[in-house]
Design a protein. Structure first.
Length: 74
C-alpha cells in the first residue's frame, strides 16, 4: 500500500442502551480496554497495542456520531 494512502478502520467496542425522555440527560460511563485498541499479530501470535493517535466516537448510531475524543497511545 502506498504511503500516501491511510487505512481507517472503526469497530464497536462498547455500548449501552439508555432511554431518555425529551429534554432529559444522563451521564453514561463506558470503558475502552487496551485489548479493544489492539490488533492481532499473526507473526507474534498475540495482541499488540499500537502507538499513535486514536479517535473515539459516541452517538446515537453508527451514522450519528456527534461526540468524539482523541487519545494518544504510547
Amino acid at each position: 500500500m502506498p504511503a500516501s494512502i491511510q487505512q481507517v478502520s472503526r469497530k464497536l467496542v462498547q455500548f449501552d442502551r439508555v432511554q431518555l425522555q425529551p429534554g432529559e440527560s444522563r451521564t453514561v460511563h463506558l470503558t475502552v480496554a487496551a485489548r479493544d485498541l489492539s490488533s492481532w499479530s499473526a507473526s507474534g501470535q498475540t495482541w499488540v497495542l499500537g502507538t499513535g493517535t486514536r479517535t473515539v466516537y459516541a452517538g446515537d448510531s453508527a451514522t450519528d456520531l456527534p461526540l468524539s475524543a482523541t487519545v494518544t497511545l504510547r
